[in-house]
Design a protein. Sequence first.
Length: 610
Amino acid sequence: MSLHQDPAPVAWAARRFPVLAALAPVMTSVEGEITYPGDPMCLYAALCVTVDNGLRSARQGAGVGSPFSDLCPDWGIPVTKAQRLTAEHGLRAWDENDSTPDHTVFDPRVWDEQARADLRAELTRRRPRVFLVSTVSPGHRYALEMAAIAKEIVPDCLVVFGGRHIDETMRYLPAKKTLALEYSSTLRAMDDGRVGPVVDLLVSGEGYFALDILMRAIALAMDLDRGRARVEDVVGMLELLGDAGERIPGSSLICAVLPEAAHAFPVRGPKYDLADLPSPYVGFAVRSRFPIFPLSDGSPARTAHMIVSNACPYHCDFCSESAVLAGGLKRFGGSPADAALERICEYVSYGAEAVFFDDSIFWSGTFPSIRSFCEALRAARAASGPAELPERCRKWITDEGDWERLRNLQFGCQVTADLLTTLHKEQDVRDVLDLMREAGCTYLYMGIESMSADVMQHVHKNVRRIEDFPWKAKVRMALERIRDAGIPVGSSVLFGLEGETMDSIEETVAEVGMLIDDGLLMLASPNILTYHPATPITRAHGMTERLDYHSPDVENRPPYTFFEEAFPGVVSLRLSEEQVWYIHEATAKRWGSIRNSAEPDARVPVAVTA
C-alpha cells in the first residue's frame, strides 16, 4: 500500500459489490422518437431507504451499527453538487470508478433493438450481482425480457422484481397462509411455463423497508470468494434476521423463488410517515426538464418530482392508484407543511428549478393542507436571507444559486373538477387558487376523463352529482376558475370507460375541442383505458384471467402505439379497433396542436424496431 493512500477508499473497494437498477419501459417506438415523461420516480422511491443505508454504510464503515455490516451494494459515493447541476437525460455515462447510486440506473424509456444492445453493454461492463427492476403492467413483458438478458450475460446475478405490477398481482393471505397470484403475475407465469425462470426475488406492497432488508440479506449471504449469493442462502439470511428480532415498518411481501417452491416473507410492521422516508433523490440527480415550466430564457426548467400522499382518496373502478388498492392513504404527517417545505429546499439544493407533485390529487384535495403548504412556500420564496427561513431549511439553501432557484421556483400539481367546484364554496376555491399562484404554481393538470354524462355516472371522482349541474359544466367551471387565477392547465381524457359508445366518444372529442377553442386548456392528452390487474373494471369485464402482460412477441402496432400503455388485448372491451383509430384521428384533427403539444420533457430520437 502506498504511504499516501487513504485507507477508507481501500476498505470501501473491498466491501462493495456491483448492482444495476432499471425501470422497465412501457412502449416501443414506431415513429423514431419517444416522449420522456420525467425521472423514473417509482424506481427512485423504491430504492430510497436502501440507497440511503448504502451511503451511510460507506461513511460509517463495516461492523456493528452499520446498515450493511459487511459487504455493501455499490452505492457508496454521494452525488456531488457539480454532478447534479450538469446531469442531463439519457443513459448514464459509464465510469468504472463511479460509485454514485445515480450511475447504477438503466432507464431506457423505450424498448427496441438499441435499448437491448445498451442493456447488454451495461450488463457486460458492470457485471452486477443484483439486478433490480421496477415495472408497471404494460412494461412487464419488457421487464421479463430484461431479466432474461441479465441471466444470459451474468448467470449468477440475482434478479429482483418490484413495482406496481408486482403490487397488483402478488398478495399474501394471512388467514390461509398462502399466496394469491393473478394470472398475469410473474410467479404464476413462471410456474406454468409461460415464461422462463428468470426472476429470483420479488417485493410487493410498501416495499421501501422490505427491499432494504432484502438487500442486507443478499449482502450477508454473498460468497466472499466469488462475490455471488444464491437464493437459498438469501432465504436463510431472511429467516435469521427474522429470528433475531429484525422488524421493519409497513405492509409488504418478499418472495424468493426456489425450484421446489416460492418462499413468502410477509411483513406487517408499524406504520410510518412518508415525511420520514429519505428523499427519493438522495442518491440521484434531477434529470427531467419540463417545457411546461419555462425559464426566463425559454429553456425548460430542471424539474424534480415530489409526492406528499401515496394514493388517491377516490376509488374509480379503472384506476390502480386508489387508496383501496394501495392499502390505505398515507401522507406527510407531523408538521406536513414544514416537512414538505424542507423537502422542496432539499430539491432546490440539488438543482431543481421546478417541482411537479405526482400526487393523484394535490395534498389529497385537503384545502387546509394546501393552504398551509402554500403559505410556507410563499414566505420562503419571499425571504431575504437564511435567517428568515425555518431552521430545518437553512442547511439546504447555502449559496446564491440555491437562493435564485428558490426565489424563482415553479411548481405544478394535479386537481379534480369536483375539488374546484361542488366540494367547496366558490370564494374558498378562488382564494386557494390565488394562494397557489402566489406560492409559485404555474401549471395544473386535471383528469377530465370524459365529457359524457352517461360515462361519468360510473366514475367516482364525479362525487357530488347534482341533476342540473352535469359533469361537463363542472369541468368548464373549474377550468374558468383556474384561468381567472392565471394558471395554465393541462388535461387527460380517457376513452373506453364503462358506458362508452360512439356517441359518447364524439361528444367528448367535440366538447374538449370547445374548451380548447375558449382558451381553457394548453394541453389535452387522449388516452385509451388499459386494464390493470387489480382494478374492479378488470374483474367486471371478465379480463382477470385473460391479461397478457408477459408474452414477448405481442405485436404492438398502430393505432395502439399512438397511446401510452396501450397494447392489443389489454385495452377496453368497450372500444373496437376502428374506434381506437377514430379517437387518434379525430383528436388530432379537432384538438390540433393542443393535443400533447406541451408534454413534459424533450423528444429524444431512438432506434426503431424493424
